[in-house]
Design a protein around this ligand. Sequence first.
Ligand code: GLN
Length: 528
Amino acid sequence: MGKKQKYIFVTGGVLSGVGKGVTAASIGAVLQAKGASISIQKCDPYLNVDAGLLNPREHGECFVTRDGAETDLDLGHYERFLDIELTQKSATLSGRLFFDLIADERAGKFEGKTVQLVPHLTQSIQRAITAAAEGSDIHIVEIGGTVGDYEGLSFIEAIREFSQCVGRANCLFIHVVYVPFIETSKEFKSKPAQNALNDLRGFGIVPDAVVVRSDNPAPHSIVQKISLFSGVPEENVLLMPNADTVYRVPTLLAKSSFIKLLTEFSGLRKKPDLSKWDKIVSLQISKPKKSVTIGLVAKYIDNEDTYMSVIEALKAAAWHEKVGLNIRWIGAETATKKDFEKVDGIVVPGGFGVRGVEGKIDAARYALDNNVPYLGLCLGLQVAVIAAVRKAGVGSTNSTEFEAKCKNNVVYIMEGQAGKESTGGTLRLGDYPAKLVKGTLAAKTYGKLNIVERHRHRYEVNQKFLEQIEKGGLKVSGLSPDGKLVEFIEAPGNDYFIATQAHPEFRSRPFRPHPLFVGIIKASKAKK
Ligand code: GLN
């Protein structure tokens, strides 16, 4: 029998949204650097079937995996930190599990038994964990929300039972808590964290380690208090104040007392080589002489999480080019020429719905007319095509997404998709190949002709208008292998104007930036 698989469960207390995902991913990065193969999974207790229909303003970006799962943005952290490509198996949602359980019940698969949260839902959760863990040395499971949340109880019970089945010694439970600082009395308060640890114990889980998040560095007395009340040894209570960059967290972990725990648990004695993280951190904190300003023409400008992968991809490209990066948010609904004049390059990211779309079309048109470096991502391609055809003098031009009955539907609904516009799971999702046209900027930027990118869209360029698109200054530079779908366009008259129907941001990595993003940063730098 091969060596026993190990499991790390990351739960949260006090508050959600304090960096459980980054903690889980960073632990994975350290263990990876020690030579372990890592798999990772997010369990989300809410009742949605996938993250596709969640409002990005509230929930942040919808991250898409190569096999087309619409997931929480934490999967993006995982991919960037661990440089792996995840699948549907790594995104486990209550809604999906219920959906399948109820379908089984309706199909009579329970043979008259009462179907219950325990054991039926808990067993589904355990099966999902086993499936996601397949093939790795160490599997990391992050449980969304905080322990004690009504809807998350089945997950906590499921992982408790799971640890019994696979052997407690093969599991590491890490609880991430938050310690607030009270401004008036100038003290950190550990009480909510203590209560959160009690909650976890109440469900039968005694954690092996506690990560204590805080906005600013907390004193060692907090460690002592938490250790005393939770029974977790002091060396396994780790203070983790906000870091200047999230990419510093793997190194911080490796340098902390946690490394002993991770070494013992994994049995991997090798000292982790974290030099690639150190390099990223030093690039990120360096102050390059030159900076570029990229205008991000967006609908949601009050929540950076909404465009997490795009921003990370831009940052990675800027580090690669050793240039400072200012991201200037341009509200798509109010954007004017004045906003576009202030930036060195323009990015129009993905989006759905009519709100703000005219501002995005204006942005593409401005970039096209003024030779401003432009990168269009999915909707960013569609608005560029609309801008070009309008520039060619064709009136009543739009996408049918924004104007159902427009005369010249240069972007239109894909065959077989009509009528499903507001339903979940009906998009073109995940990896699709494209063939780039030889000699084009796209081909040069990628350095190859056959590429694969992730998708998440429903509308397509209407190739009936190819002539008008060209007249407006754009040409097609990449198509689906059967030639039916436009995947890339570019402006041959401009220095760097390129757009794709895909979402290349999902494949960018901090230490391996995506060529399209490197391209726009380089072109914007050259304009300075
Ligand atoms: N709303 C457009 C479509 O569905 C673009 C989607 C996107 O940008 N991801 O085709």
